[in-house]
Design a protein around this ligand. Structure first.
Ligand code: NAD
Length: 249
């Protein structure tokens, strides 16, 4: 049990086959109480109930600062403190530079980047009051290698922005005992690419993965557990790759 008694908020964790949901399940297995935040309150509550009776689900659009603050207030009312925040919510679009509209840009950067900022801002005061915490930000190999997996350049830019934001927050918040780290997954089989990734595309991608398989949501959840727990007590400002060797640098 690596997270006994810890209170963990995870955004974008309602999606059944998603990285957030797998992380929520693994955290719960390790004794955490989890609050799942997602766009639809009913879906968030159902996802929380699916991992056990002592978890909660709240409707929250992470691009809306007031909604983030309200969700954190609800978590504090239900659980009394917050130890871990996983900024996992994100969307992607497989489009090329010249096709990115203003709306596409806003949609993609807002969820990953603005959402990570707003949720962190909403949560940091409670972590400071509690004497510390761990913030985990979901980036992507796309930020490091310049896309070329699935998302467009605006997705790479949003996820690269997440890395910079996380590192700067790590520097600023270290003195308060708050660690901030990022995870950079490669291609993990979830619904984010649902229906848009052909078998041919998968075979092409596999050629560049030394471990010779696409990732599983549990592969990412395990790194989330490490970063949330005391095992990583002296790790902050780091980016952990979970990509099967797709990018070795
Ligand atoms: P997913 O589509 O299965 O889940 C994303 C979740 O985010 C959904 O439940 C969705 O409802 C929620 N969400 C979307 N917009 C939101 C908003 N404004 N507010 C709150 N919740 C919102 O995707 P996934 O594959 O589990 O991806 C999770 C994270 O990991 C994303 O940030 C994604 O960019 C990142 N990532 C995924 C992969 C991959 O291959 N699956 C690779 C690298 C990074």
């Amino acid at each position: 049990m690596l997270l006994e008694g810890k209170i963990c908020l995870i955004t974008g964790a309602a999606s059944e086959r998603g990285l957030g949901r797998a992380t929520a399940g693994l955290f719960a297995e390790h004794g955490a109480k989890v609050a799942i935040l997602d766009l639809d309150e009913g879906a968030a509550a159902a996802a929380a109930a699916a991992i056990g009776p002592c978890h909660r689900g709240y409707g929250c659009n992470v691009t809306d600062k007031t909604a983030c603050e309200e969700a954190v207030e609800r978590a504090l009312a239900d659980f009394g403190r917050i130890d871990v925040l996983v900024n996992n919510a994100g969307i992607t679009q497989p489009i090329k530079t010249l096709d990115i509209t203003a709306g596409d840009y806003e949609a993609v950067t807002d969820v990953s980047l603005r959402g990570t900022l707003y949720m962190s801002q909403a949560t940091i005061p409670a972590m400071k009051a509690g004497g510390g915490g761990s913030i985990i930000c979901m980036s992507s190999v796309s930020a490091q290698r310049g896309g070329g997996v699935f998302g467009g350049p605006h997705y790479s830019a949003a996820k690269a922005g997440v890395l910079g934001l996380a590192r700067a927050m790590a520097r600023e918040l270290g003195p308060f005992g708050i660690r901030v780290n990022s995870i950079a997954p490669g291609l993990i089989q979830t619904d984010i690419t649902a229906g848009k990734l052909s078998d041919e595309m998968k075979q092409d991608i596999l050629k560049g993965i030394p471990l010779n398989r696409l990732g599983d949501a549990r592969d990412v959840a395990g790194i989330g557990l490490f970063l949330a727990s005391g095992l990583s007590a002296y790790v902050t400002g780091a980016t952990i790759d979970v990509n099967g060797g797709m990018l070795i640098h």
